[in-house]
Design a binder for this molecule. Sequence first.
Ligand code: CA
Length: 482
Amino acid sequence: MMSRASVRIGVALALTVLFLLSTAPIRAGTSGPLAVIVSNEADARSAEALSQFLSGRGAEVVVVSASELDQVEDRATAIFVLGGPEAYEGVGEISSRILTDLESDLLVNRPGYFNFFIRNVDGRHYVVLAGHTRVETYQAVMLFEQGGYQDWLLYPSRISEVSPFGYKTAEVASREFRWTYAGQEFSMGLTVPKDLYLYYVSSEHQIPYEDWAVLASDPLSRPYIRSLLNKLLSMARSQGYDEIQTLEFLASFVQHIPYNLEKDVIMASGEYPRFPIETLMDYGGDCEDHAILLATLYMEMGYDVVLIIVWGKPGFPIGHMGVAVALEEGKGLRWDVNGTTYYYIDATQPGLLLGEPLLPEYLDYEHPIFLFPKLESIPMPVLVRNRVGVIWQSSSRVATVVVTVANFGQDWANLTITAGVPIMGGRYLNSTTLEVNVPPSRVAVVTLTFQGPPRSAVKLEVRMGDKLVDQIGSLPIVGELP
Ligand SMILES: [Ca+2]
C-alpha cells in the first residue's frame, strides 16, 4: 500500500506545475521530448530520481498530479506513472487503465513485487513504474533505469538507428555499374548494407507473376533506391537531357545489367523474381528483374508506371516483361488504359529506346497483361532484435518481455504481439497478447507479462491482422529478479 499523504500537492510538485504553466506558450516551438511524470506525494522521491534520469537523457521533464495530466497529455512524448492500481490521489485510476489484470493483481497482492510496464497508445508511450509499496516503486524506477529502454520512449522517431534485420553485420555490399547512352560511356558505384541484401535474398520468392508488382513497391529499400536515382538524375541533368532522354538514360543503366537466368533455372517454378536491390547487387537478372528495377526507379521519380507482360506468338513459347510509363507525349509503341497513354520501354536489351519493343516479330504486343505497381502506403513492422529478451521474477513466477518494434512503412502498423511459454501444436501454456499501433517511421516499446515456470523457453509473435509478420522462437533471458 502507498503511504498516506496529508498534503495533496507537495511544494516540489506545486513549483513544477507553476513552471510548466508559465512556460507553456514558449515550449510550443521547441522540438525536444517532453516527459511527463504523474506522481502523488508518497512517491515524490521516486519522481525526483526518475526526473533526474530523464533530464540526463535530454528530455524536458514535468511532474504533475493525476488531475493535472489532462493539461499536458497531448504534448507529452512519453508519460510515466508512478504507482500501481491502489496509489492515492488519482494515480491508481490512471495505472489501472494501463495495466493488465495480472499486473494489477501482482502489484496489489504480491509482497515485494515491482516492475515497469510500457504501453504504446496511438503512438504515445505510457510507462507505469510500480511496486507493492512505495519502496518497491522506487526499485521499479531503478530497474527501469538499468533496462536501457528510455531512448526509444523519448525519441521514437530515431528509426534510422534501428537495424531492421536479424543479421547485425556492419558490412556493406558494393557494386560498380557501367553503361552507355547516346554514344557516351557512364559509370557509377553503389553501396548498400549487406544486411539489406541478405534480407531480400532470404525473403519469399515463390510469388505468382500476377503479384510481381509488389516487388517494385517494397518500402525498406526506398532510401537506397532514392539515393541511386538522385545520382542518375544528377548525371542526366549535367548532360542536359530532356524528359524522354532522361527516361531512356535510366533504362540504359538497367539494360546494361547483364542478362542472367541462373536463379530462375534453380527455382522449381522456373521464375525467380528479384527485388530491385537483388538485381543491383547480383549485377544480373532476366527480363522481369530488369523491368521491376526500372519501374521502381520511374515510380520514385513520380511517374505512373505499368509492368507489361507479353507472350510469344504461335510457335514461340517464351514471354517477356517490360515497362510502360504514362507520358503526355512520347513515341513508338503505346497502349491506352483507362484514358491514360503508356509508352513502352524495354528494360532488358541495351540500345532499345522509348517505344521500341524487343523481338516484335515473335512477341504479341497487341495483347499484353498490365500489372500496376504502386509505392503504396503500407506498414512494415520489424522486431528490433538486439534489445528483446525475458526478465524472470522467480518468486512470483512471472516473466516480463520487453518488445521493441520499428515500423519502416508509410502507414500505421496495427499489431497484436503475443509472448508466452509455448507447448506443442503452436499453443501456449501461458501467454499475453497486447495490441500496439505503431505510427509510420516510429519505434514502439511494450512490455508483456505472463506467468510460467521460471526460466522456461519464451516465444514471441507479431501479427498484423491474421498475418504473422515477425517472430522469435526462443528469447534470450536478459535478467532475473528474486
Ligand atoms: Ca528473375
